[in-house]
Write a protein that binds this ligand. Structure first.
Ligand SMILES: [Zn+2]
Length: 56
């Protein structure tokens, strides 16, 4: 495992040394889930939150 900076809070996010696109990496500091969009260079994006109740 290695770490990269969280795009939300700048904290440490643990990711695999060789992450796969689509992998989800949770941030230890703020709790957001980051999805690996690209590997070279490493690109992360906020993963869509999974809500129990979509719509009202
Ligand atoms: Zn964070």
């Amino acid at each position: 495992m290695t770490t990269t900076a969280c795009i939300e809070c700048g904290g440490d996010v643990a990711i695999a040394v060789a992450p796969m696109v689509g992998e989800i990496a949770p941030c230890r500091d703020c709790g957001v889930e980051l999805e690996v969009l690209g590997i070279a260079p490493l690109e992360l994006a906020l993963a869509p939150e999974i809500e129990e109740d979509w719509g009202e």
